[in-house]
Design a protein around this ligand. Structure first.
Ligand code: 9WN
Length: 435
C-alpha cells in the first residue's frame, strides 16, 4: 500500500507542477502559487526530487517585496478560474511591492524557516542543500524582521494578521464574532470556487463580501502596514500563525549556526522569540479552555473557540510540560473520540462545528502534520502515531482531497472527502508521513 500511495502522491505533485518552477495547490480551484502551500509542497518534493523542492521555494522567494514581505498568492500568470485575481488585489499599490511579479497584499503562516531546516534534514545534510539555504536564508530572515517591525504593534513578540485569508483557516467559526462589527456592501462579483466545488463545502457569498471589504480598506491605504493596523476592522493574534513564526525562528537560528554566520541576526531572532513564547503563554493561553485561542485586538478579548490551530504551539515548543498535558486532555476529550478521525479543524463538541464545510470542522492534512510534529516533540508518541495513521487512512480510503469528514461513520453516507481533489499538500505531506 505504501509504495502505491507514494506513487500516486508523486503523480499529483507532478501534475500540479508548472513550467515556471512552482506548484499550484489544485487544478482549476487554485491556479496560482500559494505561500504556505509551497512550503508544504517542498517537503514532499524533498523526498524524491530535491531540485524541485529548492526551485519551489526559490520561485516563491523571488516574489518577495523590498520590505521583506512574502505574499500569500503569487500571480505568475493570468487565469480566469480563480477569484479574486491580480486585478482585484493590486499589490503594486504598495511602493515596495515586487516589480517583477504581481501578488496579493496579504501574507500566510510563516512556514519557510522550518521548511528550509526540513529540506536539510531530508537531504542527510547535503552540502548543495546547505548552499541553497545559504543563498535563501536571509530572505526568510528579512520576512521575520518584516513581521516583528511592522506587525507586533504592542511589542510583545506576537504579530497580527489583518485578514482571515492570512490565517490560512479562512472561514473558521471564530471569525463569526468579527463579521458583525463590519457592514460591507453587497458586492457584485463572480465566484469561481463554487464552480469547482460544491458550494455547501465553501464559504458563503456574505462571508466573501467581508473578505473583499477588508482588502478594499487595505488598498485604500496602499497596503501601508501602520494604516492597516489603525484602520482594519480585522486585527487578530492567531496562535497558529504565531506558532509557525516561532518554530521558523528556531529553525533559522539553528541554520545560521550551521552556516557559521549571521550571529547578529540569530541574536535578533532569539530576543523576539523569547518575547513571543512569553506572549503566547500569557496572552493567548486560556486556562479554562485548556487551549491557545485567538486574541482579537479590536475588541481586546480572546475569541472563545477551540480549533486545530489551538494545538499548533506544541510544534514550536511553547507550552510548559504541564500545559502540554492540559492541551492533550483538551485534544482527547473534544476532538479524539473513538468515533472520530483526528484532528477536526474546529471543536466537534461546539454547536458551530460543521463536518463538511471547509475550516468549520473537516480534517486538513497540513494541520495534522503540524500537530503530529508537536505531539512528537513532547513525547506523546501514541497520540502522534494515531494522527499519522489516521491521516494515511483518510487519504488511502478517499484519495488526495483537500479536506475530510472527521466522523468515522457519516450518517449522510456521502463521500467523506471534500473540496478539491488531487490537492498538492495532501500529497506532499503524505509522502513525508510515509517516509
Ligand atoms: C484563499 C490554497 C489555499 C490555502 C488556504 C485555504 C484556501 C484560499 C481560497 O486555499 O484559501 O487563500 O481561495 O479559499 O484556506 O489555507 O492556502 O490551497
Amino acid at each position: 500500500m505504501k509504495e502505491s500511495l507514494v506513487k500516486q502522491a508523486i503523480e499529483v505533485l507532478e501534475n500540479n507542477h508548472q513550467d515556471g518552477g512552482f506548484t499550484i495547490p489544485a487544478q482549476g480551484l487554485y491556479p496560482f502559487q500559494w505561500k504556505w502551500d509551497s512550503g508544504f509542497i517542498a517537503i514532499g518534493y524533498a523526498h524524491y526530487d530535491m531540485g524541485k523542492a529548492m526551485q519551489e521555494l526559490a520561485s516563491l522567494l523571488n516574489a518577495q517585496w523590498g520590505n521583506g514581505f512574502i505574499p500569500h498568492i503569487v500571480f505568475h500568470y493570468d487565469s480566469d478560474t480563480y477569484f479574486p485575481g491580480p486585478d482585484f488585489h493590486r499589490s503594486q499599490l504598495h511602493p515596495l511591492a515586487s516589480k517583477k511579479l504581481r501578488s496579493t497584499g496579504l501574507v500566510q503562516p510563516p512556514v519557510l524557516g522550518f521548511v528550509l531546516e526540513k529540506l536539510y534534514e531530508v537531504s542527510n545534510r547535503n552540502p548543495t542543500v546547505l548552499g541553497f539555504i545559504d543563498d535563501q536564508i536571509d530572505k526568510v530572515y528579512e520576512n521575520h524582521v518584516y513581521f516583528y517591525e511592522n506587525r507586533d504593534i504592542n511589542n510583545e513578540g506576537l504579530v497580527y494578521i489583518y485578514h482571515n485569508w492570512e490565517s490560512g483557516t479562512d472561514n473558521s467559526p471564530m471569525w463569526d464574532d468579527i463579521w458583525p462589527t463590519m457592514n460591507p456592501p453587497e458586492y457584485e462579483f463572480e465566484r469561481k470556487d463554487t464552480t469547482h466545488v460544491d458550494p455547501s463545502q465553501r464559504p458563503t457569498k456574505r462571508e466573501y463580501d467581508h473578505y473583499l471589504y477588508i482588502i478594499e480598506i487595505a488598498k485604500q491605504y496602499n497596503y501601508d502596514d501602520a494604516k492597516i493596523a489603525q484602520h482594519s476592522p480585522f486585527l487578530v493574534l492567531d496562535p497558529l500563525f504565531n506558532a509557525m513564526l516561532l518554530r521558523s525562528n528556531e529553525a533559522l537560528i539553528k541554520l545560521y549556526g550551521l552556516l557559521k554566520r549571521g550571529e547578529g541576526k540569530a541574536q535578533y531572532l532569539k530576543e523576539k522569540h523569547a518575547l513571543g513564547v512569553q506572549g503566547m503563554n500569557t496572552k493567548l493561553y486560556h486556562e479554562s479552555s485548556g487551549a491557545y485561542l485567538h486574541f482579537d485586538l479590536r475588541s481586546n478579548t480572546l475569541l472563545p473557540y477551540i480549533s486545530s490551530s489551538s494545538f499548533a504551539p506544541l510544534y514550536a515548543g511553547v507550552p510548559s510540560g504541564e500545559r502540554a498535558q492540559q492541551l492533550i486532555q483538551t485534544l482527547k476529550e473534544k476532538f479524539g473520540g473513538e468515533d472520530k478521525y483526528l484532528c477536526a479543524s474546529f471543536d466537534p463538541t461546539h454547536e458551530k462545528f460543521n463536518p463538511k464545510k471547509y475550516w468549520r470542522g473537516p480534517v486538513w492534512i497540513n494541520m495534522n502534520w503540524i500537530i503530529y510534529q508537536g505531539l512528537k516533540r513532547y513525547g506523546f508518541e501514541d497520540l502522534a502515531t494515531r494522527v499519522k495513521n489516521e491521516s494515511i487512512e483518510l487519504v488511502a480510503k478517499h484519495s488526495f482531497y483537500e479536506y475530510f469528514d472527521c466522523r468515522k461513520v457519516n450518517p449522510d453516507g456521502d463521500s467523506n472527502a471534500y473540496g478539491g481533489n488531487n490537492f498538492s499538500w495532501t500529497a506532499s505531506l503524505l509522502i513525508d508521513f510515509l517516509n
